[in-house]
Design a binder for this molecule. Sequence first.
Ligand code: 13P
Ligand code: 13P
Ligand code: MG
Ligand code: MG
Length: 364
Amino acid sequence: MKITLSVIKADIGGYVGHSESHPDICSRANELLAKAKKEGLLIDYHVTKCGDDLELIMTHEHGEENRKIHKLAWDTFVQCTKLARKLKLYGAGQDLLADSFSGNVKGMGPGVAEMEFEERVAEPVIVFMADKTSAGGWNLPLYKMFADPFNTIGLVIAPTMHSGFSFEVHDVKESKKIVLNAPEEIYDLLVFIGAPSRYAVKAVYSRSANEIAAVSSTQKLSLIAGRYVGKDDPVCIVRCQGAFPAVGEVLEPFTTPHLVEGWMRGSHHGPLMPVSIPDSTPSRFDGPPRVTAAGFQLSSGKLVGPRDMFADKSFDLAREKANQVADYMRYHGPFEPHRLPLDEMEYTTMPQVAEKLKTRFKKI
Ligand code: 13P
Ligand code: 13P
Ligand code: MG
Ligand code: MG
């Protein structure tokens, strides 16, 4: 049976500041998706949050970029924004960049990751959700999951994985894409994805099974809006086991909290801390950036779960490490490399300050 797993998310208001979602917002979204399930549009759904982002996880049989599904998500965000305005939540409607729906939520502010596939006998999937960071934040973990044998032993010893994976990479500034094969082209691949502010891994495919393995949201909100509108706070769906990495191989990259863009005012580098869903409450300097993981077994499209994958004790050390790295990075205050380079900052006073001091700059 072919099913589509759609994860569509938006920040429609923060509680308090940018630190968390209000429980009433999640309840409202739950009511609206329950109605859509009852009416037969959805097979199943799960509403959750990561920090101040509202996450709609939905299964259905209508394929990717389906108008009805996208409209359902958009209308849900609009209804939740109404409630957010009533509660005067912070930045109500932050990620809704258009006034009305026009067929597809892509380019309208919300983040989208969708995949259509034939459900296997057992179909374990993990939905990763991040807050206070941007889409390129998945590059390093996806590379480790699907191309690094020191992370994924399956690449070496599992016959189903030994021929490797292909990576679809998007240039988010010039709206171009390229597909590169691992392992033969990993050095070429790394030239691009090692620069995550510009190149983001959109999807990964199994070369032996010719199947979708992972898909991420690559929207760059600031490029869509042409001005600062909050960080992208991306999502990523990964299929596990069989021709794909095992669940433990998929989670393993997050044991090292790598540095990502985002954090305070979307203008800093900081460690990506893996946390349980209730612990996705970025409060220290609006961070550090968080990642959560909701695991499901699919059963004819039914979402059996979620299991809160990072609630496990074995991620305690990663959280500890992330807190230490956060401290170390914070010491730099307004200095790079804690502060992002000038052209990557979401906020800047540089033009105004440079204009004000123009006449005081002398030739050297
Ligand atoms: P089981 O033998 O428990 O199915 O585990 C197989 C596996 O892939 C573990 O990584
Ligand atoms: P969000 O993108 O999560 O709304 O965060 C914005 C911000 O500026 C945090 O300091
Ligand atoms: Mg926000
Ligand atoms: Mg957010």
